[in-house]
Ligand binder design. Sequence first.
Ligand SMILES: *[C@@H]1O[C@H](CO)[C@@H](O)[C@H](O)[C@H]1NC(C)=O
Length: 141
Amino acid sequence: MLIQLFCFLMIFLFFFVQSIDISSPPGTPLGSIHQEWTTCTPLAGKFTVRNVSDDVVLRIEGPVCAISCGDDVVFKVLSEDSSVQVGTITKQWRGLCAEAFTDADNFGLSVPVDMDVRTKALLLGALFLIDFMYFEKANNN
Ligand SMILES: *[C@@H]1O[C@H](CO)[C@@H](O)[C@H](O)[C@H]1NC(C)=O
């Protein structure tokens, strides 16, 4: 029941949340996060991180289905041409029961220290988008 609800919510959000713009401070756009559609695996989490000129600066690739029990969910942060992995976004999954009753999600973002601060800010935005799309519950906005 709970898993079905999660899956439904995930699919719903995939159709309605396709990109977000990131500004910091408000009024100063840094760039945007876009969800990428692939025809054969529409549920694979694929995102591009774009700067203000709408150029792709990083790509994020998630697992095919983020609803897995017991494992950490790892999203790879890849370079713009997908050739190099530059970091990871990890969600520590503590089991569906714990998830249902607490909302203290553990997210980890690991990126090179010398990465541009604007790019880091964009990745933080991506982290929140991913959290919202995959893990937050409907009555929790
Ligand atoms: C956006 O990214 C592209 C490609 O990395 C770069 O050439 C361009 O200068 C960047 N634009 C800004 C405003 O940072």
